[in-house]
Write a protein that binds this ligand. Structure first.
Ligand code: HEM
Length: 487
């Protein structure tokens, strides 16, 4: 036998033996028939975003609550029960799924995808910046951006609009203002702002890569048109963020500013951080965290707010009930807003019905047991937050919009980890309180000023939901804002 053949056979045997635990598990777990080498990649690659939920649900019905897909040599396992989810989200040996690491060109090694000691250090550093007493200071700046949104909506004189762009602009301005102390003022621009376009486009292009198994390799991706388009948008974002960081760093050199803890933004926390060994964060690390906050915060809160407006416009009786509760409220008084049970229930129910981040993924790094099943290293575990929130085992009439289910007088609370719109465990969303504050402030101001209505052609229809980077409506969300004073 020629030497090269012996070498190839030995190499093949080594790869086979190393992959054996994965192959054995993949063969044992139920799942659809997989092509040799390709696995189910063809099926996943062809999946349209609006069919993802249908396919997951169908697979679950056919194969039970834990099933597998093969993406070439990669094994994906889908977990569907609240208990498996709890165990996976608390397992310290798991790290974020490799698919998410493809966000690196935009958010570097930011909190959303970092792990290990780096993640622990960053999370510890940033957590205090999201405490309620700090968030309370944001009420006035957020109210100013909300007022600008209200003024723009008034100008429409009751005409119906697609709400996403208006909300995105308001929330981007508010989040950049409160976290970096910088006024972007995109709401005041008459033209579409280049930074909004850059965030929209890069998120869209990154998602296109994430769902295409053929683009998983950096080497291949960096030779595509997609990458060239993405690079242009990333340059716009990185340049702006670098300018903001440098300007703020110069301002902080003012000794007075340095001492005052009161006016500190999240960016200041990053710029002023000093660790035990005397080191500070590099500019690149600061930029990564700032981009993470904008990326993780704006799109998600925009999507959540657009579903709030849709839900209220579609269910006039719920809108009336909410108006009754908030009529007399001062929209800037955060403590008062947190005492409004119906507002709280409406937002909770929207985040359940429209699970903004429908799934999240974790990668096994060594052998571990979840839900009684042993998983070897190298497996991607998908947690189906949308599936949990729509499981009839946990929620009666799961596809109905029923804020009452969250009130004390409603049904008994669902089991832990069946409702995790902000995920759970140590990686729970760091911005959850902040986004709830933004949503409550905006909802109260909007509902106090306008009656929300759907277009007549949308009244009898349901939204067609798409699982993109965040949950979206395929045809957008169209709402008319009719001033209450004109009714
Ligand atoms: C309705 C709005 C939001 C939703 C539904 C949401 C949802 C989530 C979810 C599900 C995760 C966990 C992902 C995982 O476990 O893989 C997460 C993580 C994260 N979110 Fe949010 N989020 C929202 C708003 C925000 C805001 C406003 C910010 C910041 C300003 C933010 C910053 C982050 C960060 C930095 C992480 C990573 C945390 C870590 O791994 O330590 N999010 N979010």
């Amino acid at each position: 036998m020629p030497l090269w053949l012996v070498f190839v056979l030995c190499l093949g045997l080594i790869v086979f033996l190393r992959k054996w635990p994965l192959l054995r598990l993949g063969c044992r777990l139920p799942g659809p028939w997989a092509f040799p080498l390709l696995g189910n990649a063809q099926m996943v690659g062809k999946l349209k975003p609006e069919f993802i939920f249908l396919v997951f649900t169908e697979l679950r019905e056919r194969f039970g609550s834990t099933y597998r897909l093969w993406l070439g040599p990669q094994l994906w396992v889908f977990l569907h029960t609240a208990e498996e989810t709890r165990q996976a989200l608390h397992d310290p040996t798991l790290r974020k799924a490799e698919t998410f690491l493809q966000l690196e060109p935009l958010i570097g090694n930011g909190l959303l995808i970092s792990h290990g000691a780096h993640w622990t250090r960053q999370r510890r550093l940033l957590t205090p910046a999201f405490q309620p007493q700090i968030l309370r200071r944001f009420a006035h700046p957020v109210a100013m951006h909300a007022d600008r949104l209200i003024a723009r909506l008034k100008d429409l004189q009751g005409a119906s609009i697609e709400v996403t762009d208006h909300l995105f602009s308001c929330l981007l301005d508010a989040i950049v203002d409160t976290s970096m102390g910088r006024q972007l003022d995109t709401q005041l621009m008459t033209e579409h702002s280049p930074i909004i376009r850059a965030f929209h486009l890069s998120s869209e292009l990154l998602f296109k890569r994430m769902i295409n198994p053929l683009l998983a390799s950096d080497w291949i991706f960096q030779r595509t048109k997609l990458w060239r388009r993405l690079r242009v948008q990333l340059e716009i974002i990185h340049q702006l963020m670098e300018t903001v960081i440098e300007e703020r760093a110069r301002e902080l050199q003012d000794a007075e500013q340095n001492k005052s803890d009161k006016s500190r933004t999240l960016l200041d926390t990053l710029l002023l951080a000093r660790f035990n060994d005397g080191s500070s964060l590099s500019r690149q690390e600061i930029r990564d965290e700032i981009n993470t906050f904008v990326f993780a915060g704006v799109d998600t809160t925009t999507a959540a707010m657009s579903f709030v407006l849709y839900g209220l416009a579609k269910h006039q009786e719920i809108q009336d009930k909410l108006l009754n509760e908030i009529k007399e409220e001062q929209a800037n008084d955060l403590d008062a807003l947190n005492e409004l049970p119906y507002l709280d229930a409406v937002i909770k129910e929207i985040l359940r019905l429209y699970t903004i981040v429908p799934t999240t993924g974790r990668q096994t790094t060594c052998s571990t047991i979840i839900g009684g099943q042993r998983y070897c290293a190298g497996i991607t575990l998908w947690i189906n937050m949308y599936g949990l929130a729509h499981d009839a085992i946990y929620y009666a009439e799961p596809y109905d919009f029923k804020p009452e289910r969250w009130l004390a007088s409603g049904s008994s609370p669902p089991p832990p980890f069946s409702y995790i719109p902000f995920s759970g465990g140590p990686h729970v969303c760091i911005g959850r309180r902040y986004s709830l504050l933004l949503m409550k402030l905006l909802t109260v101001r909007i509902v106090q000023t306008f009656r929300l209505k759907l277009r007549p052609e949308d009244e009898a229809k349901d939204l067609i939901l798409q699982a993109q980077m965040v949950l979206k409506s395929r045809n957008g969300i169209h709402v008319a804002f009719v001033e209450r004073s004109s009714l």
